[in-house]
Ligand binder design. Structure first.
Ligand SMILES: [Zn+2]
Length: 183
């Protein structure tokens, strides 16, 4: 994984980009959950599932199909008032899909671990993006408060936080709102 902070940051930024209007609290909570959910597969480590297995880390729960299933489920369960297959329904589903998949894309930009099984369960081939500037994050909290954790944060700040913040500023300028409240 990349660090939980960065997945969370992506969730908040995407939420603001796609839905600039006021959204209910559950929208934000679910946005956060979606970006972190693919890593539920680390539970497998404790159950004896091996990293390279279908249900191993960066396996099915990091696939595009998983992201789509979660997106549909979240939209139906959390926004029952939105008419199925209406424009707003697709917007929400597409958004939650992008968020869940963003987790795997970020993972595919890390320099360690196994690749991502994007097309699981149809193919168990593991992929990385051709560009992998992100330092892979340690699993667990202890490893995080170390030199390694620092390197992870620095690489994510440079390659994720900075460009995403710039994108937000530009989009808000174009929309005619200031992103940072003025005096
Ligand atoms: Zn992951």
């Amino acid at each position: 994984m990349s660090s939980a902070f960065t997945h969370g940051f992506v969730a908040l930024s995407f939420g603001k980009l796609f839905f600039p209007e006021r959204m209910p609290a559950r929208f934000w909570v679910l946005s956060l959950i979606c970006t972190l959910l693919p890593d539920v597969d680390v539970i497998g480590f404790f159950l004896g599932v091996r990293y390279g297995d279908k249900l191993g880390h960066r396996g099915f729960s990091h696939s595009l199909l998983f992201a789509l299933l979660i997106a549909v489920l979240v939209t139906i369960a959390a926004f029952p008032a939105v008419r199925r297959f209406s424009k707003q329904w697709w917007a929400l589903t597409g958004y939650f899909f992008l968020l869940t998949a963003s987790h795997s894309v970020l993972d595919a930009m890390t320099n360690g671990g196994y690749g991502i099984a994007f097309f699981s369960p149809f193919s168990s081939t593991r992929f990385f993006l051709p560009w992998r500037p992100l330092e892979v994050a340690p699993i667990g909290v202890r490893g995080f408060f170390s030199r390694w954790g620092w390197d992870v944060l620095m690489s994510e700040a440079l390659y994720i936080w900075l460009p995403v913040t710039l994108l937000l500023v530009i989009v808000y300028r174009v929309r005619g709102k200031t992103f940072i409240p003025g005096p």
